[in-house]
Design a protein around this ligand. Structure first.
Ligand SMILES: [Fe+2]
Length: 248
């Protein structure tokens, strides 16, 4: 019986003999095997964004699809694509999170208008992406590096000076863990870095629902508000400055 090692060795010699190894190398199939995977992954993201904007997917369906897609990402390929190592060399802010844009223009096969925004958030230990909600926006986070304490809330009511929110997620997040928001599910998020040099990849789709008239900026709030019946919280509206002062 021939051992596996002997078989592999013989196979490799045959491939060399027939010039196959060289051919594959020149076509870049050995040099960068991750490329097709992450490209296909991004294409799927572009397609589901188009379906959300075309109203063939509801925001909650989009969230489920996005979470499924995030679960299937090759995290190392994503980190390589966005050059996380280079981003991680930059100093992180003393308060709040850094926000770094990503250029996907060179990714083959993507249309010019991908339909979504994308960025990387970075925090030092103990710093936060402060608590906030959004209007007319779907977004997805996936942890690239570090450990985070992540919290989400449903935004149940919007009043002139406060929101009524309901806690939905409160747990530790590590690399590969993910969460999403939309107007109808888990709308408020807040992520505090538990380790240094912690990074999150974020995709956001703004203005997906023409019936929602509120603008899409961040809605800062204080989740440490009055406890109401049924596990609800009266969360006062905050300015960005006040929110960063308390939670950043
Ligand atoms: Fe957000």
């Amino acid at each position: 019986m021939e051992s596996r090692r002997e078989f592999n060795s013989r196979l490799l010699h045959s491939l060399v003999a027939f010039g196959l190894v060289e051919t594959l190398w020149s076509r870049d199939l050995f040099a960068d095997p991750i490329k097709p995977t992450i490209q296909a992954w991004l294409k799927e993201l572009v397609e589901m964004t188009r379906d959300l904007r075309g109203r063939t997917l509801t925001d909650i369906e989009f969230q489920a699809k996005m979470e499924d897609l995030y679960r299937r990402v090759d995290l190392k390929s994503l980190c390589d694509l966005i050059k996380l190592d280079e981003i991680a060399k930059k100093k992180l802010p003393d308060n709040g999170a850094s926000n770094v844009g990503i250029d996907l223009a060179k990714v083959e096969g993507l249309p010019t208008n991908i339909g979504f925004g994308k960025q990387i958030f970075g925090c030092g230990k103990g710093r936060s992406i402060v608590p906030h909600g959004h209007a007319n926006m779907c977004t997805g986070f996936i942890i690239l590096k570090g450990t985070w304490h992540g919290r989400h809330y449903d935004r149940v009511e919007t009043r002139p000076d406060h929101y009524v929110i309901k806690p939905t997620i409160d747990r530790e997040f590590g690399p590969g863990d993910l969460s999403t928001i939309s107007d109808h599910k888990d709308n408020v998020h807040w992520f505090k870095a538990a380790t240094d040099a912690a990074f999150i990849f974020n995709v956001h789709v703004i203005g997906y629902d023409p019936t929602i008239k509120e603008t899409s900026g961040r809605l800062y709030l204080d989740p440490d508000g009055e406890k109401l019946a049924g596990g609800l919280i009266k969360a006062p509206k905050m300015s960005s400055d006040a929110c960063h002062k308390k939670y950043g």
